[in-house]
Design a protein around this ligand. Sequence first.
Ligand code: SAM
Length: 367
Amino acid sequence: MSRKETKNTVKPHTEAKLKFYIHYLERYLPILFTTQYVEKINIYDMFCGQAFYDDGKESGAVRAFKQIQRVQKFYPESKTEITLTLNDLSKKRIKITKEWLESQKQTFLTRTHNEDATDLIKKLIDGINNKQDSKTRNLVFIDPYGYKQIDKLLIEELLRNRRTEVIIFLPINQMTRFKDKTLGDDIEKDFLPLKGFVEQFDIDVDTISGDIDLIKAIEQSLTFKDEYFATSYHIKNQKGSYYALFFITQHILGLEKIVEVKWSLDDQQGSGFNHTNQVDMFLEAQKTDELEQELQLYLRESKNNNEIYEWTLKLGFKPKHTNKILQKFKKNNKIKVEYFLNAKSGYHLNYSNYKNHLIKVTVQLIS
Ligand SMILES: C[S@@+](CC[C@H](N)C(=O)[O-])C[C@H]1O[C@@H](n2cnc3c(N)ncnc32)[C@H](O)[C@@H]1O
């Protein structure tokens, strides 16, 4: 097969990216579909590509369309309205996507655009911040070829209404490789966009020694000084190049769902896709050991169930991980546990208590 023919196929790292996006829809859409606080959901894929890859595999746009239909079928009584907006600057690609959409049975509203994503995002910001009903939720998927198409100020504007979540995919390796070219006063022209990125994201280049460091720095920057929850998922391809997905939300349940997605895709560490995908029990143990150590520090002062729930998710772990360690601490008499509101056992790390501000238990390290 010639190089050209293999060009636009779904490689394992592309598959990992699309799974992250679609698994999130799979987990979160049913929740939005069944809550009384949401009447409309809008999904925007700003760099949607064409409906199918050359190997026949479905793009994110097709997968999202089908996922929405699956959720609609599963909840026929739900009155929640849903829209899917697809955009790509390539006329050819969006034409193919539009034709595919038109060949499908329409059970919800779809729109296609052929614009520069930045222009469309600016229009969207105006719409969602000024004209949108409070019972609407938005998810914006931003999947460009490179960091040059990412503007942090626009992301901040997208999030400002607190009803919007954003997923961003970024090639990391090209940034780590040339990071040192952004230092000093005399920057070569080719590296000015990278310098702009580094400045926007407030990245201290001297502290970045590899791709994972850079991913963590971008993730931290995307919390906008802890105004939002942000998490990342790294993807390493066959050549060892790193990519990463970033997810930003104002809602802790969104964070919980994406943490579940991360652990469903990487059941050993919940942190990323490594193209070899080897099972290594050592990694899993190492990861939970890290959590145990962090928890010992965290519980030096008394913490309640809702604080521990939020802390766990922010570290990228599921409540069940912390729960297991707390049980171990209790068995070894390492913690003092006090119960309230008729609670008698367990640690009550869940969204329902968090949402309703129900403090059922406090925990503190004894020794
Ligand atoms: C990584 S691909 C997207 C893949 C797609 N999300 C999928 O699921 O297969 C990036 C896409 O961005 C499009 N693109 C490039 N520059 C763009 C721009 N300024 N605005 C919108 N789309 C752009 C390209 O035509 C390409 O289809």
